[in-house]
Design a protein around this ligand. Sequence first.
Ligand code: NAD
Ligand code: G3P
Length: 358
Amino acid sequence: METPRDEAQKACVLGSGAFGTALAQLMARKGVPTTAWTRSQDVTDLITSTHENTPYLPGIKLSELVVATTEVSEAAEGASIVFVVVPTPFIRDFIVKHRDKIPTGVPIVVCCKGIENGSLLTPFEILEEELPGKYHKHLACLSGPSFAREVALGKPTSVTVAAKDMACASKVQEMVSDLNFRAYTSDDVMGLELFGAVKNVLAIACGASDGFEFGLNARAALITRGLAEISRMAVKKGASPLSMGSLCGVGDLVLTCTGSLSRNWTVGNRLARGEDLDTITTSMRMVAEGVKTASSVVALSDKMGVEMPICQEVFEVLHNKKPVMEALASLQGRPHSHDLSLELKHSEGWKSMGLGHP
Ligand SMILES: NC(=O)c1ccc[n+]([C@@H]2O[C@H](COP(=O)([O-])OP(=O)(O)OC[C@H]3O[C@@H](n4cnc5c(N)ncnc54)[C@H](O)[C@@H]3O)[C@@H](O)[C@H]2O)c1
Ligand SMILES: O=P(O)(O)OC[C@H](O)CO
């Protein structure tokens, strides 16, 4: 039987934490043989012998079509789609070390949510910097409300796939979608990545607020004012303010700020309950990207002259040991200001879209 256009023959997943494993399971569910690169031999052995990635997705039986290897060349060979799911702090080293093994002419889908410390670049920007030009029109990124466990279990999930070349975004959309996983396309790569990165920092604030049992009003306010912070930065960085209404915008922000499955929310929650950051992070094998991204967001907002008070307070708590209660009080005591609707109407980005005040 002829294979339909834009259907993957083999998928390669680079990074076998919770989300990489969930994506491997998603592709296998679609009948696509999938090879996942794991950093450690013990995870490859577990997947091979038990069909379960116990450290990252315990209790979920993986398809026989998912195989694991510690060799990037083996994972990538013959792949018609590649997912990059290595946490942001390790992406650059990973790509530099393995770029000669990454196939050309097939979509490379970046699925990480963070901003690199130092360079202040997003994962997509890092790949553009480190991969030769021949890869660039094949780069896409995928984000949205998508807890790995629910994706792996085949629970209904919808995400955004963005690329600079819409043909690439559409190709990825076709390749990843099934009845339980629905992808929408976008050309706003910067918007998708900034929302995905900064929402992790805001989820730490919401986890802390929930840890103190400040209530649902406080949490809704943090989410909404958090949306204002991201939009401010995104607009100034050239992203579309309209992406705030997307799955990769408000969708993922709401999920991560309200879901106890979130690692970032959990970090904030445990901080509020009196644990210190080192204890929390060393007890987690998984990565809460918001911890390191908080430093990048504060550095980037300073550099760009963008006000991001919630992110600033999260940074103070995480990296300058400010007591959580004091940080939350600082936010409530700030000078009065405008609602986002009024603020955006006067912003240059909004005006350039013809949406500002005349
Ligand atoms: N877990 C989710 O629900 C989810 C959903 C969407 C997106 N994401 C994003 O996917 C990315 C990966 O997260 P995850 O949840 O799959 O991972 P994880 O937190 O479950 O696991 C950590 C991963 O990092 C790897 N790692 C640790 N040190 C490394 C190093 N030095 N070099 C290379 N890899 C190293 C580990 O091998 C493991 O694969 C993150 O950017 C995350 O924000 C996660
Ligand atoms: O568990 P978290 O906080 O890393 O969030 C996971 C995903 O980003 C949710 O879409």
